[in-house]
Design a protein around this ligand. Structure first.
Ligand SMILES: [Zn+2]
Length: 129
């Protein structure tokens, strides 16, 4: 059964993304961004955005996402959260937890976590603003 949790628009090239099933190592991209943060932190102001690399699941995506250090830390509040460019979402594996102008925050879930569990669907809905 296919069901969308939220009315998040799909990227225009969603079918390609879904068809390819090419998954980059998102943890490695996150680690890259962490190093970038460590380098930039001493020289940028707290409100100054840093061009991080999109942490979406598309192996061919090296797009920049601008986050301040504070936004970056918030985006990674839990280990399962990633900062991606708007629309760079893989709804089969992740859900959008926050939408900002220059980036979105997605949270991974295991593919079978929500497929048949209507209780967590309800929890998810009530948790949304
Ligand atoms: Zn991306």
């Amino acid at each position: 059964m296919e069901q969308r949790f939220e009315s998040v628009p799909l990227p225009p090239d969603w079918e390609r993304r879904q068809a390819e099933r090419v998954r980059k190592n998102e943890a490695a991209f996150k680690a890259h961004n962490e190093r970038r943060k460590a380098l930039e932190q001493p020289i940028v102001g707290p409100d100054e955005p840093i061009p991080f690399v999109c942490e979406c699941g598309d192996a061919g995506c090296w797009d920049a996402v601008d986050l301040t250090i504070e936004q970056f830390d918030q985006a990674h509040a839990t280990a399962m959260r990633y900062a991606v460019k708007p629309l760079h979402v893989m709804p089969d594996y992740e859900r959008v937890v926050a939408q900002h102008e220059s980036f979105w925050i997605v949270e991974k879930f295991s593919p079978d976590q929500f497929s048949s569990d209507t209780t967590s669907m309800a929890t998810l809905r009530s948790a949304s603003p």
